[in-house]
Design a protein around this ligand. Structure first.
Ligand code: DQA
Length: 138
């Protein structure tokens, strides 16, 4: 199976950024651990701080991959354009957040992505990504 993890803005700073919320591990090292623990999966990773680049990537993989795991960062709460891109592709998308956004500020409670996604996983730290990837494997 071909599965892509997409991380949006500021997630390149994982391990450095707000460690009390997002933990101390950087994403590339978590990704390698996750990739090596899975067999029969072609797992790839893309990160961008740019809304359009995330949309371009969704279009690129969205008619051929088996699943996309998307943490759109703050674009989750703002981007109709990314929400439309998810609606426009055929590959199923699972929305992921490291933190439990519902325990946090009110503006993090609404997601433009969620209604176009298969499901939403949040609050399990980096392991949220493993749970999301697993959902495509059953
Ligand atoms: C986040 C939650 C968002 O509200 C925030 O803007 C992020 C990270 C998370 O993974 O918990 O950048 O998506």
């Amino acid at each position: 199976k071909k599965i892509l993890i997409i991380n949006g803005p500021n997630l390149n700073l994982l391990g450095i950024r707000e460690e009390n919320i997002y933990g101390s591990q950087d994403f590339p090292s978590y990704f390698e651990e996750l990739r090596h623990s899975l067999s029969g999966v072609r797992l790839t990773y893309f990160q961008s701080n740019h809304e359009g680049a995330i949309i371009d990537k969704l279009h690129e993989v969205g008619f051929s991959f088996d699943g996309v795991v998307l943490n759109a960062g703050a674009y989750t709460h703002t981007s109709l354009a990314i929400a439309d891109a998810i609606a426009g592709i055929t590959t199923p998308v699972v929305e992921v957040h490291i933190s439990n956004v519902h325990k946090r500020e009110e503006f993090r409670h609404h997601s433009y992505m969620a209604k176009n996604c298969v499901g939403v996983i949040c609050g399990f730290g980096l392991e949220s990504y493993r749970l999301a990837v697993s959902s495509f494997l059953s």
